[in-house]
Structures are given as structure tokens and as C-alpha cells.
Design a binder for this molecule. Sequence first.
Ligand SMILES: [Zn+2]
Length: 261
Amino acid sequence: MNLPESKCSCSTPPTERYDRQLPLFGRVGQQKLSDASVFIAGAGGLGSPVATYLAAAGVGKIVLLDCDIVDKTNLNRQFLHHEKDIGRQKAESGAEKLTALNPEIQVKSVCSKLTEENIEKLVGDCRIIVDALDNDKTRRILASFAIQTKRPYFHAAVSGFQGQFASFYPEDGPCYFCAFPEDEEGDDNEAEAEKPIFPIVGATAGIIGSMQANEIIKYITDAGKRQVGKLFIWDGLTDRFEIIEIEKETSCHCSSKTESK
Ligand SMILES: [Zn+2]
């Protein structure tokens, strides 16, 4: 794994909080989790499971971004937010729950809309980028930034009983735009327009967000096998996963726009 900020000193023994996962990762793996920094864009249906499991696993720094306010219609799936949080900023409500779950980690809330102008400042020194978004325009900004700055990018999206996720690594395999070329993604004004109301089952977001978290934990700890160049599509009505191979495109961002930062 290539996490520049990770320097495993293992000087501080992990607490008993992690006893049930230490047999899997060892102290070295737990220290890698503690040294990791993750930027999560979206504190909603996907952000709730992915942020919760990363916090519980001991990821040392989580930055949680969302510009929305908690609404009652969010509560069927966005379990970071409770009835009492209606009207609050999602990022603040979510960060509060993560800190309550694991006060041994650092959690920062960002109540801002992600733009090409502010993304570098908002992501800061987080080395891992998580897409828990609900619109493709912001997703493209996030994915493009990940490519430019050579950060791993964990994509997910859900609608109804369906969901998908894919992991993209700077040093290996295709990128998000190889799978979803920009000219096929439709209206650039999508995020500016009123958000469409799409049906969603909370459990579906939970399944996909949990798989995202699992891949991120594997990446950080070097456990198992990375799923490179694969788009996983889940159909909750038939309980089936379809796995689509993503080809690396020679004319893509990942081949022409990569730079070091
Ligand atoms: Zn690409």
C-alpha cells in the first residue's frame, strides 16, 4: 500500500475496543488504520454506513462533508441522524455520532458544497477519498481530484433496491472516468437543478456502504485482494451481484491528467 503519511511506530498499544479485529490485522494493521485519513463526501444514506464502520474500526482521521440539512424524509436510511437532528447540518450531526461512537479518533465536519475551487482545501491532507454522494456533477469533481492528486477513490451509488460500488487506485487499473466517461454522464447542470426525488431502501444503502467500508479497511491494512477494475452492481430484489470488468481507456484522465501534489 502507498500511504505516504503512514509511519508505523506501534508505540501506543491499541485499546480493547479493537480486540475482535486485532487477530485479523495485528498491531501493525491497527496502527495503519489509526494513521489513515479519509475524506467522506456525503453524510447521507451511503455516508452513514461507510463513516460508521470506518470510525468503529479506528480510522484515525475522518473528514465528513455535507452541505445539506437533516430532513425527516432522510431518516429511513441515514442512520447517522436521529429525529432530534431534524433541521441540523448533516455534517455536524454525523460527526457528533461518529465521535460518540469512537472518541479515540479525530472527526471533522465540513458543512460546504464541494466545488472545483474549494476541493483542495476541503480534502486537505486526507489520503483516501470516499464518494458517498447523490449527484454525478459533484462526483466528477471528486473523481477528477482523486486522479490529479493520486489518491485512491472509492465510488458508490444507490437507488431503490439497486446499488453499485467500485474502487479506483492511482497506481493500478482504470479510473472512474474509464467506467463513466464524462460525455455520457448527461446534464452538467444536474446538481444545480432541484434534486430529483428517487426512492431508496435504507438496507440497500447499508449493503453498498458497508462493502465500500470493507474495501477501504482492506486497502488500509493490506488485507485480502483489492477489487481493481471491477464495478459491482447489486440488485436487492433478486439478491444478485453483477460484476462488470472496467477497461482502462488510453484517452482517459488517468492516462493524461495525472500529476503529483
Ligand atoms: Zn481512466
